[in-house]
Design a protein. Structure first.
Length: 191
């Protein structure tokens, strides 16, 4: 990894795919633990990532193992963002399993360390995942987000995603209720 540096500090993230990540034993050995730390910190702060309580290291390791297996089968893409060999973001999509839905995939997770928000890392991860989807022949990339996650929804809209549905008050976090917003990016159109 050779990110642009200023005074020895990385200024641009390095975005790795699953094969790059698993071919570097040092990064691979720490990947699940580092991802779990990011996800746990975000979930503890109320981030809408699909967990109410922070996920365990084992849960994250199992999830990432499943995603890497799907990548090897051509059914997923995984991207990791690093600054100075420190994981600062992770995202992945998975192809739909039903035979009639195979040309489509769901952007399952996109998580960026809160300490580096606003530096374009989420955008770089999402753009790399969209490029991976195009290359894999995905026709429609979908995602869902919690309705109060305005920063993520703004990012997705700026990348061309459009809302195609909403379930009002669907997500329950304690006594609070949030909309579940469904978005799609049609990759069949030139883009």
């Amino acid at each position: 990894m050779n990110p642009a540096t200023t005074s020895g500090i990385a200024t641009e993230p390095v975005i790795l795919d699953a094969m790059d990540l698993t071919s570097d034993p040092g990064l691979e050995a720490r990947f699940a633990e580092s991802a779990q730390q990011i996800l746990s910190h975000l979930v503890s702060g109320g981030a809408a990532l699909g967990w109410v309580d922070p996920p365990s290291r084992e849960e994250v390791a199992e999830l990432l193992g499943h995603v890497v297996s799907a990548v090897r089968a051509g059914d997923a893409a995984l991207r990791a963002a690093y600054l100075d060999r420190r994981l600062v973001g992770v995202g992945y999509w998975l192809r739909y399993a039903r035979p009639t839905h195979r040309p489509h995939a769901d952007l399952e997770k996109l998580a960026v360390d809160a300490g580096v928000h606003g530096r374009g890392i989420g955008r770089a991860l999402a753009a790399a995942l969209i490029a991976d989807a195009r290359e894999a022949g995905i026709e429609v990339l979908t995602l869902d987000a919690r309705g109060d996650n305005t920063h993520a929804l703004h990012l997705y809209r700026s990348l061309g995603f459009t809302e195609y549905g909403r379930l009002p008050d669907f997500v329950a976090v304690g006594e609070r209720r949030y909309d579940k917003v469904f978005c799609m990016l049609d990759l069949r159109r030139p883009g």
